[in-house]
Design a protein around this ligand. Structure first.
Ligand SMILES: Cc1ncc(COP(=O)(O)O)c(C=O)c1O
Length: 408
């Protein structure tokens, strides 16, 4: 790493300038200063695709991708057990069936063997998640997708500038989805972007994000139909069903400014990750997420697993905080164990006629479905990497070292 500044501002200085230009221009129905277009073009280019479609968050992006890919009632979409609930939720939201598969025991990303084992004639898509910042094993997944005509949507909400065998994560699937939510590397508070290269898919996603307006195009920033068209009383506006998921121009202005310093943001995350890593090398009972050769982890968070049975997760947290640490997070529940699934199973059992697309097709979501992740999940620590001053990261690492010594 070269040239990392010791400290960087929380918000890109350019964001103020870009937001001011939006405000100075004012708000008009079909004109703008072009921040959405600039964000869409530059983001797609930076992440190896042609088209970008800004969205109001990184869940909406995947709703659009699934709709654009034609995924609908009763279709199956494969998702990993270790993810934020957005990933299975979008599948249910288009009335399709989430098939939750187990993860690799060391990287905690989607297991390729499990994906292969769960493909059926009804499978339409796979959503591999770059969890904590680590890309999954994408080449064999793309090969499976090719063999079975599946669409791959990379969920890269947590992976900004991660790499997979020399390629930037996000450039490999048919679509990639990113989030600009407040904890993410590029943020404007809330927001997201979907990128892809196939023009038909891009146009379908654009329409999915904007109420299916007939005359929208894939041109960057084309999120509104022209006044000449829309003022006509006989103009038929909508030729397909879509959500309404646009990202406001002001938010695009902030996201653009953050994108323009993305290397610096990513390097700050890596700096913190290296600081945590140095500490745990002396403690064999805390095993970090494995980054295999040929991969670069973008470290949205730095995660490790407690392997000693006598150490209680909550005791580690309280000691860390007591010594001045910032705290850490536990992992989300395995996706299939969130009560929404058991409730859905019960609702379908009680009234199968109301859910014809799920009746007889929904798996029984329960413990035992993904034993690898179910065993590891309660023992995970997720440490912060969003320090904007290297001294803060170093100080926190020292506190972690003191904490761990108490348990040795
Ligand atoms: C892996 C993953 N997928 C999807 C999302 C959803 O993003 P958003 O909160 O912008 O909808 C997030 C972020 O919370 C995430 O971490």
């Amino acid at each position: 790493m070269t040239g990392l500044r010791k400290s960087i501002p929380r918000v890109a200085p350019k964001a103020y300038e870009y937001v001011k230009s939006v405000l100075d221009f004012g708000f008009h129905n079909a004109h703008s200063v072009g921040m959405t277009g600039r964000l869409e073009r530059q983001f797609a280019q930076r992440f190896g695709h042609t088209f970008g479609i800004a969205h109001c968050n990184g869940t909406a992006t995947m709703q659009s991708a699934l709709l654009a890919a034609g995924v609908g009632a009763g279709d199956e979409v494969i998702v990993p057990a270790f993810t934020v609930f957005s990933t299975p939720a979008v599948v249910l939201q288009c009335n399709a069936v989430p098939i939750v598969v187990d993860v690799d025991p060391d990287t905690w990303t989607m297991s390729v063997d499990e994906v292969r084992r769960h493909i059926t004639p009804r499978t339409r898509a796979i959503i591999p998640v770059s969890i904590c910042g680590l890309p999954p094993d994408l080449d064999p997944l793309m090969q499976l997708a090719k063999e079975h005509s599946l669409v791959v949507i990379e969920d890269n909400a947590q992976c900004v500038l991660g790499k997979y065998h020399g390629r930037i994560a996000g450039s490999i699937g048919h679509f990639a989805s990113f989030s600009f939510q407040a904890s993410k590397t590029i943020t404007c508070g809330d927001g997201g972007i979907l990128i892809c290269t196939d023009e038909d898919l891009a146009l379908a996603a654009r329409k999915a994000a904007t109420l299916g307006f007939k005359d929208l195009t894939v041109k960057p920033g084309n999120t509104a139909v022209s006044e000449q068209l829309r003022c006509q009383p006989d103009y038929q506006r909508h030729d397909r069903l879509g959500w309404n998921q646009r990202l406001p121009e002001i938010a695009c202005a902030v996201a653009l400014a953050e994108l323009e310093r993305v290397e610096e943001l990513a390097e700050m995350r890596s700096y913190s990750a290296r600081a945590w890593h140095r500490v745990v090398q002396d403690f064999s009972w805390l095993v970090p997420q494995k980054t295999p050769d040929g991969y670069e982890n973008a470290y949205w968070t730095w995660a490790a697993r407690i392997t000693r049975d006598d150490i209680v997760w909550a005791d580690l947290l309280s000691t860390f905080i007591e010594l001045g640490g910032d705290g850490f997070y536990g992992s989300y529940q395995p996706a299939h164990l969130e009560p929404v699934f058991a409730n859905l199973n019960a609702a379908v059992d009680a009234a199968p006629d109301r859910y014809p697309h799920f009746a007889g097709r929904l798996p029984r979501y329960a413990r035992g479905m993904c034993p690898v992740w179910e065993k590891i999940q309660p023992r995970i620590l997720m440490l912060k990497t969003n320090y904007f001053d290297t001294d803060d990261a170093d100080r926190q690492a020292e506190i972690l070292a003191k904490t761990l010594k108490r348990f040795n």
